[in-house]
Structures are given as structure tokens and as C-alpha cells.
Design a protein around this ligand. Structure first.
Ligand SMILES: [Zn+2]
Length: 383
């Protein structure tokens, strides 16, 4: 990795609003920003949110104009949405829904030269508040990241939507957010460059660490609450950690091994049904191993995230330590030249990654056996 530019830099969404029923505030919050907003949402999300969105816009004197999102965040889809925004004279785009919808709204808004607002209906990643969009191929394979250079004008999270969504989304978001402090302390905290090329401010590192603390204290309770579709203080704490703090913590704290391992795992077809945060959790364990963390810390992380319901073994991903061909392919992708794995203070070779992935499997089995947790089995893909 190149040395950071000698300036500290903090980025964030301009505004963040969260709580049960917050969707009713959409019109009021965007009215000062626009005259002709356009909503991007798929039919499923529009089915449970459309009436509330329309009513909220009407109260603020805004018309409801929607583009129906039907696909993936691909270059082709983004170009199509961007030209529709321009044709309709949109001066702001609201992405309403899951990760692909939000990424498409961000990138299309950027291309159309207008601000964007994100309204995530799950807490499954930390992407909604960030200036990064994940672009896929038409086949659904991770293609590249777009650094937009701007963040959303508003992130609006209705906690009731998060509580109504399948719990696997919240669990994946916890996996994504738990990686944030582990990566920030190894990256920005160790003087390495942020995604933006700048240095990490203390604010970014503090956000990352706070996300970690909140999740350790609230994650298990919040998971129980979402299973009953209840919005509670524990759930609101976890939503804030998953979406706001984790996003601030990675953009202004830095990425490292965990997300590079995630990117590596995407080359294994077995993992394609898994969510981002589920794969990231394997990366977090590899991060701890490469950090040289004490046994007790690594094992405690495995124990905690197993209880959360995240994968902590290769077996759960559908991989095995005997499949050296796949593990080598994962390791090669993980260690590509521009990957954040190279924020580590030593040269990370593919063999180091293969060895660490093997250790993940053996450690996870040992921890489970010692703690009376069930042995790992391949995940039912639940996306
Ligand atoms: Zn992530």
C-alpha cells in the first residue's frame, strides 16, 4: 500500500435519522434539498413502504415519482437509471431497499450529477452512509468498487422495517460491523492510508471502536428482538452500529485483512449465496490470526460470532481444507496488489492466507467442542 497523504480526513453522510416509524419523515427531511425527487425501489419493498412514502411526500408538497428497480447494481442498470433520472428532471434520487438498490441509486445519482438519499430497509451492511458503491457483473459476481467522492445527503432508517426483515440480514450486518474495529486498528490506527488515500482521524477510529463495544453488548439481545419483530433499545443500538458507526469506522478508520479475505472468498462459487457480512466474518478471524492476537482473543471472537449465528468455519461456507485448489484461488484474489491486506506490516503471501484459512477451520471446531456448541455444517443459503 502507498503511504497516506499527510492529512487527516473524515467523511460521513450529511444527516442520519433512525427510529421506528422514521419513514414518515422522508418528505419533511428531503423537502429542503429538492423539488423533483425520484424514488428507486423494487416492487417488493414498494409493497410494504409505498403508501407511507407517498403520504410523507404529499405532506411535504412533493410528488411521488418512482423508478421500479428490477435487477442488480451493474454498469448497465446504473446507466439506465441515470438516464431515466435525467429524462425526468430529477434533482435528487432516493434509494429505498436493500444493498443493490442503494448502490444503484448512489452510482446513478453520481452519474446524473444530483445528490442521493439512502433508505435501507435492512441493517445488513454498513454501505448506506458511505461514498462507495459495489458494482456487479450481469452474472451477479462482484466486479469492482466505485469511489464516488460524495456521501448521501441523508440516511433514513426505519427501525420497524429492520425488525420486520429476516433476522439473517441483521446477523450479516453484525458480521460486517464487527470487522470494522479489527480492521481500523490494524490499518488507519497503524498509520496506513484510508480508502481515500488520507490518514485516519481519531474520530474514525473512535467510531469503529464504539461500533465494536455496542455490538458486544447488544447483538444477542437485538437478534432475539428481531425474531419477534420488536424494535427495542438493543435493536436500535445495533442498527446504529451496523449502519452508521461501521460506515464511519471503515471510511475514516481504514480497511485491512478482513475485507480482502471477503473479496477473495467471492471467487469460490460455493460462497455466492452467502451475504457480504457472513463472508467478512471469516475474514475477521483471519485478521486476528495475522495480527498475532492472543489465543484467548481469537477463540473468544469465534465463540461470540458462532453464538451470533455467523459462519466461523470453512465448512459452513461449503469449503474444505482438502480443497487446496479453491483455497489457493481465494488466497490469490485476497492478495492482489491493490488489496487492503497489504496494510499489514509484513508481506502477506497467498500461502499465509491458505494457512490462516486452515487454522480458522481447526480452531472453530476446537472452540465449539470445548464450549459444547454444535459442530459446523454447511449453511443453507438464506439470502
Ligand atoms: Zn463491509
Amino acid at each position: 500500500m502507498s503511504e497516506p497523504r499527510p492529512f487527516r480526513s473524515f467523511v460521513s453522510p450529511s444527516r442520519y435519522v433512525q427510529g421506528a416509524g422514521a419513514i414518515s419523515l422522508l418528505g419533511e427531511l428531503i423537502a429542503p434539498l429538492c423539488a423533483s425527487p425520484v424514488i428507486l425501489a423494487d416492487n417488493n419493498v414498494w409493497g410494504f413502504s409505498g403508501d407511507a412514502v407517498t403520504e410523507s411526500l404529499r405532506k411535504a408538497g412533493l410528488d411521488e415519482v418512482r423508478i421500479s428497480f428490477g435487477g442488480r447494481a451493474t454498469d448497465r442498470e446504473i446507466a439506465s437509471v441515470s438516464s431515466q433520472l435525467t429524462e425526468r428532471g430529477a434533482d435528487l434520487v432516493v434509494g429505498l431497499g436493500g444493498g443493490s438498490t442503494l448502490d444503484t441509486a448512489k452510482a446513478a445519482g453520481s452519474d446524473a450529477g444530483i445528490p442521493w438519499v439512502t433508505v435501507p430497509t435492512t441493517a445488513s451492511t454498513d454501505a448506506p452512509g458511505t461514498g462507495v458503491a459495489v458494482i456487479y457483473t450481469d452474472e451477479g459476481v462482484l466486479d469492482h468498487f466505485r469511489i464516488l467522492g460524495r456521501n448521501p445527503a441523508l440516511v433514513l432508517v426505519d427501525s420497524q422495517y429492520v425488525a420486520n426483515a429476516p433476522v439473517s440480514f441483521l446477523i450479516a450486518g453484525i458480521g460486517d460491523a464487527l470487522s470494522t474495529w479489527l480492521e481500523a486498528r490494524a490499518s488507519g490506527g497503524a498509520g496506513r492510508a484510508l480508502v481515500s488515500g488520507f490518514q485516519a482521524p481519531a474520530t474514525g477510529l473512535a467510531a469503529a471502536e464504539l461500533s465494536w463495544t455496542i455490538l458486544r453488548e447488544n447483538a444477542l439481545q437485538a437478534i432475539a428482538d428481531v425474531k419477534e419483530h420488536k424494535v427495542t433499545p438493543a435493536l436500535d443500538n445495533v442498527i446504529e452500529a451496523n449502519i452508521l458507526l461501521s460506515g464511519l469506522g471503515f471510511e475514516a478508520g481504514g480497511l485491512s485483512v478482513a475485507h480482502s479475505v471477503h473479496n477473495g472468498l467471492t471467487v469460490a462459487e460455493q460462497t455466492h449465496g452467502l451475504q457480504h457480512g457472513e463472508k467478512v466474518n471469516i475474514g475477521s478471524i483471519v485478521q486476528l490470526i495475522l495480527d498475532g492476537a492472543p489465543d484467548s482473543e481469537i477463540n473468544d471472537f469465534i465463540s461470540f460470532t458462532t453464538r451470533v449465528g455467523l459462519p466461523t468455519s470453512l465448512t459452513e461456507l461449503g469449503l474444505s481444507i482438502q480443497d487446496t485448489e479453491t483455497l489457493n484461488a481465494v488466497a490469490r484474489r485476497t492478495t492482489l496488489e491493490d488489496e487492503f491486506v497489504h496494510t499489514m506490516p509484513f508481506t502477506v503471501t497467498p500461502q499465509i492466507i491458505v494457512d490462516a484459512l486452515t487454522e480458522v477451520e481447526t480452531r472453530s471446531r476446537a472452540v465449539r467442542e470445548r464450549e459444547g456448541l454444535p459442530a459446523p455444517v454447511k449453511y443453507e443459503h438464506r439470502r
